[in-house]
Design a protein around this ligand. Sequence first.
Ligand code: 1HE
Length: 267
Amino acid sequence: MSSLDTVSDGGNRQGEVLSVRLDGAVAVLAFNRPDKRNAVNEALLGELRAFFANPPKEARVVVLYGEGGHFSAGLDLSEQVVREPSQVLYHSRGWHQVMEAIQFGGLPVVSVLNGAVMGGGLEIAAATHVRVAEPTARFQLPEGKRGIFVGGGATVRVGRIIGADRMTEMMLTGRIYDAEQGAALGLAHYLVEEGKGLDKAMELAREIATNAPLVNYLVIQAISRIDDMARSDGLFTESLSAALSQSGGDAQEGLKAFLEKRKPRFG
Ligand code: 1HE
């Protein structure tokens, strides 16, 4: 694994808050504030924004995990001060931009969820496309208990995954779902042994990287958007996506490889 880049946070004593390495076609991102349980401060949000705005051209898939046994304890509460409503609006919209960039930036993102997956941490996780949990994972939206409402996209993304009804109950009671419960609810797609999350995520990422890039792109862009559409609009958009995917060289290669009983080699 070669070190492609590291990002200084200009304040964290470890000297970096988001590390980025390139392993073949997989960009491996790590939240690197373990002493703060990977709470998301402005620096970390900014570095996430910078990465997803301009990912390395070699990357076909992203893996995202947290150093030190926790994915993320959510918003860095030490940076929170009493704000004007308009400032809270801009702050929340800033989170939304970054979550949109993770979900719709064009690269599939596989996350490794362990320890705290709380508040903004769960909002980030919900913006990723494939989620691998370890047994220590604890899913929670503690905002209600901190006197605030969610602002990083949970109502749309977490609500879609577990349903508005469950999310309402989760926020009212501050309940914590453990890893098994989280997997059963769809907050994680895989549940693996302790310490195996990153290996599993890398295995999945390498597999995803062998797909035709345009198909990965369409899967990310189209399915979630179609979910927002009226039925007839969704079906039309599906046909457009199919038309885009089936007219290029990768579609020919995929079909040819199947008939020739070999693995396809996509461009
Ligand atoms: C933090 C944060 C944080 C830990 N902001 N500093 N999120 C929360 O409400 C979660 C708050 N955190 C916790 O409940 C616990 O820290 C944990 C369950 C995650 C971990 O517990 P533990 O016993 O392993 O660690 P700790 O001793 O509580 O925390 C270690 C350090 O991390 C400590 O700092 P220290 O300087 O005293 O060592 C904590 O203060 C620090 N730390 N979590 C700041 N979140 C877009 S809006 C999203 C809104 C939200 O995300 S609200 C939910 C915020």
